[in-house]
Design a protein around this ligand. Sequence first.
Ligand code: GLU
Length: 304
Amino acid sequence: MDYKQVLENLYDIIASEENDGAIATYIPELAKVDANNFGVCLLSTKNKEYGVGNWQTKFSIQSISKVLSLSIAYQIFGDKIWERVDVEPSGTPFNSLVQLESDAGIPRNPFMNSGAMVICDMLVSYYENPKEDFLAAIRELCSSSEIIYSEAVAKSEASVGYRNKALCNFIKSFGNIENEPEEVLDFYFHICAIEMSCQELSKVFMFLANPNFTTSKGTKVLNLSKTKRVNAIMQTCGFYDESGEFSFRVGLPGKSGVGGGIVAVYPGKYCITVWSPKLNEKGNSYRGMKFLEAFTTETEQSIF
Ligand code: GLU
């Protein structure tokens, strides 16, 4: 398959069409990004890399980080994590509080903000220096020391994060957060504020695509059974209340973030990351969705 040709053709077509949607502005620092950025990077499991547009520009990965925190917690704690967070699609927005009351503080899945906070709480309990240790784990996954937190984005989100603070305190009231909410929230805001390029994200997600993946230190991240489960949660819960739509249109497991990034994984074949900051009304990158739908249609490859 000549991925290069397909990527370049689709990129030109989509770049020439209207760029609908709106940049996320509820985190003031995110509003500063140039809406015209558009990048794509595909990394195959055979280590062939193809990039187009702004594929090497770093951006705020936001909720994409939730796959990384989940995977690392899963590696550390194993199936015990499912005692504190469920694996059902929620059908509600990412920052919803409504189901938590009837579910007694057990979030529906680890990609909603509530579920990600419970995972963050586990990591805060486990690590000696949570922010430093988590970043070191991500750098090891990416074989790169260039991965950073944007302190400006983390601070900006903390300054307006009333709903996330409410969520964390609410879960704490049910006893499903062990640490002080302030500490968990600080960790959560930081992992959302990680900055990576499409190139780096495709590399970091390779452990979910390549069954033989090992980190720069030679460690295996997840075994096949755990990899299957993380990909399954991405498939069913990776796109807020548009997860069914993404499955329907693209047919791959993936995860989006309000910074406009989307990573999709084709197990055994490749990781592909698209970044375009304008979001549709469900909070997913407008061009990202469009590009990936066209890509799996054009290549006639999907897991289904
Ligand atoms: N840090 C963002 C928030 O909690 C993440 C949102 C997202 O990318 O879905 O609002």
